[in-house]
Design a protein around this ligand. Structure first.
Ligand code: PXG
Length: 296
């Protein structure tokens, strides 16, 4: 029998079935905490330092002092992977506000808890990547920047979960959220790009979206290949009439979108720019210079 995966919680390692935190943890009671989703490819943790930087930025905004340094967090991630003998993995790094009382005041929580889950992943997502996925614009607006927006990668994902549920019950693969003025924002856990006349556009951070690590890499790849890439407001009409549309994100990597609210995008199959960027992206994620080695 395969032994259970080990989970890091506050400096100790527990088998998955015993990896538990308190019901008084404000991460559970109020969604008070921050997280990162990270991938390792072939013994390299892709953009690990960037993910840890973003984790600390999220924590800074919610005024939570992570009780370890960035280097200590990085070592905890690597050690968890090594203990589990994982070279290709999905990593969930979570920092909760910690144990408090039954009131939302975070001053009652003396010490945040740090959790590192490393699990195996299947690298091939089936037909989604070769054929593209169907999407819908939902009524669930992305929270604005003067609210609990997705700029902070917090444990509050109900906004995304509501949007995803609408896609599920309507028979679409994924949802796309608009921001409060009606411009296109992002997917539930993915950033969005469109291609029009050979140029590439993506929504600005004023849309209340997460500043994606994958989207930054994809934009850089596109620029290196000679494409113009610009952040700009995108209307639903512009989205429907794009030549190509795709999502980026740690979980989905890059995935083409072939339909939005039953409007076919381009030819209805992944376009040449998307395919070219996907091929380049596949190489970049396996480049040791783009991440941190699990076994240095
Ligand atoms: N927008 C939001 C709201 C996200 O949560 C992204 C964009 C893409 O960002 P990155 O940095 O990953 O390129 C995310 C990331 C999941 C899952 O389990 C979701 C994310 C990351 C990892 C796993 O669906 N969201």
């Amino acid at each position: 029998m395969k032994s259970e995966l080990l989970v890091y919680i506050d400096g100790k390692y527990y088998p998955k079935s015993q990896a538990k935190i308190s019901v008084y943890d404000h991460g559970l009671l109020y969604g008070d905490g921050v997280f990162e989703g990270i991938r390792a490819y072939n013994g390299v943790v892709f953009k690990l330092e960037e993910h840890i930087d973003r984790l600390f930025q999220s924590a800074h905004t919610i005024m939570m002092n992570i009780p370890l340094s960035k280097e200590q967090i990085l070592q905890a991630v690597l050690e968890t992977l090594r203990k589990n003998k994982l070279t290709d993995a999905y990593i969930r790094l979570v920092v909760t506000r910690g144990i408090g009382d039954l009131g939302l005041d975070p001053r009652k929580c003396p010490r945040p808890s740090i959790i590192v889950i490393t699990d195996s992943i299947s690298l091939h997502a089936g037909e989604a990547k070769s054929k593209g996925i169907t999407t819908m614009l939902t009524w669930v607006k992305r929270n604005p920047v003067d609210s609990t927006s997705h700029e902070v990668k917090s444990l509050n994902y109900l906004n995304s979960i509501l949007a995803r549920m609408e896609a599920n019950i309507s028979g679409f693969d994924e949802a796309i959220c608009l921001e409060k003025n009606g411009f296109v924002a992002e997917g539930v856990g993915e950033n969005l790009f469109i291609v029009k006349n050979g140029e590439i556009f993506t929504p600005p951070s004023s849309a209340g979206i997460l500043s994606g690590i994958t989207s930054k890499v994809v934009a850089r790849i596109a620029k290196d290949l000679g494409y113009n890439v610009a952040e700009t407001n995108i209307t639903p009409h512009q989205l429907f009439n794009s030549d190509e549309v795709f999502f980026t994100g740690t979980a989905v990597e890059m995935v083409p979108i072939r339909e939005v609210n039953r409007r076919q995008i381009g030819t209805g199959s992944p376009g040449p720019v998307t395919k070219r960027l996907m091929a380049a992206f596949r190489k970049v994620v396996r480049d040791p210079r783009e991440g941190v080695l699990v076994n240095p």
